[in-house]
Design a protein around this ligand. Sequence first.
Ligand code: ZN
Length: 121
Amino acid sequence: MKAWVVEDEIRSILFESGSISKFYLSFLSNRIQAQDNEILEILLRYSNEGKLKMCWEVICPNCYDTVQKDICKGENDLDSRVICAKCGEEIDNIADCVVPVFYLSPEFKEYLKINKKKLQN
Ligand SMILES: [Zn+2]
């Protein structure tokens, strides 16, 4: 699929419904015929533009429970070692267990809402 088609699909999924505030990469990769890295590239650009905020979650490799949520400063700020509260698994190599999570920025959501109203009038 061409990059601009991928971007169009991402835009229509994320921005047109008005109901999405938080999503994972898999939410898009399950719906769009594109590689994860192609989707991620566009999401990173949106993050730089302030449309999205990208954070991280640590997922336990043993029970898949979310061990840490909303780590938003960047991967370098992760604790070096955490223990899963659910199964007691010690997670030494956190970098292998993080997944990105994306939030629509409140300002951008507001902009979309206003813009939608304008289009309807
Ligand atoms: Zn666990």
